[in-house]
Design a protein around this ligand. Structure first.
Ligand code: S3P
Length: 167
């Protein structure tokens, strides 16, 4: 198993699919699980029920995926805020995909599908990272910087960091 964590827009889903392909295993994404199970977008869940309710839904989805899935798993950017989730991740091959604020601005832009960045993306992203950077680092076995790298290069760096061989 490979678990990818990191901020929104860093490419966890794209890279996760590539890593899975190279390992010949399946990939899964907890945001997609939530959207499928809830039948609505994450932005809608935030608007209709608030962040706290979303975090509870997310926690269940992450714990279920960690219990069921054997391949590559991309976690929603905020899942590591939960202490029980961090405890579950301890000892697993977790890779933190990182990027700097300029890269984040380029990749997420003014994406309204990401409610946490809807008002002032640059400032909100900085604040999110100040609150979370240590948590991503804490759960990760390896950190892979994604700045100025293609998804293919990042996928390779993830395999290298975990010393996994391509299938
Ligand atoms: C969030 C990240 C998003 C999504 C939600 C909240 C966060 O997932 O779960 O918008 O708090 O960082 P991605 O990291 O997959 O974009």
């Amino acid at each position: 198993m490979v678990v990818l964590v990191g901020p929104m827009g860093v490419g966890k889903s794209t890279v996760g699919a590539l890593v899975a392909e190279r390992l010949g295993v399946g990939h899964r994404d907890t945001d997609e699980d939530i959207v499928a199970a809830e039948g609505r977008t994450i932005a809608d869940i935030f608007v209709e029920e608030g962040e706290q309710a979303f975090r509870a839904i997310e926690k269940r989805a992450v714990h279920q995926a960690l219990a069921e899935h054997q391949g590559v798993l991309a976690l929603g950017g905020g899942s590591i805020l939960d202490a029980d989730t961090r405890a579950l991740l301890a000892g697993l091959p977790v890779v933190y995909l990182s990027m700097d604020v300029e890269e984040a601005a380029k990749r997420t832009g003014l994406n309204v599908a990401r409610p946490l960045l809807a008002v002032n993306p640059r400032r909100q992203w900085r604040e999110l990272m100040e609150a979370r950077r240590h948590l991503y680092t804490e759960v990760a076995r390896a950190v892979v910087a994604t700045d100025d790298r293609t998804p293919e290069e990042v996928a390779q760096a993830v395999l290298d960091a975990l010393e996994l061989k391509q299938a």
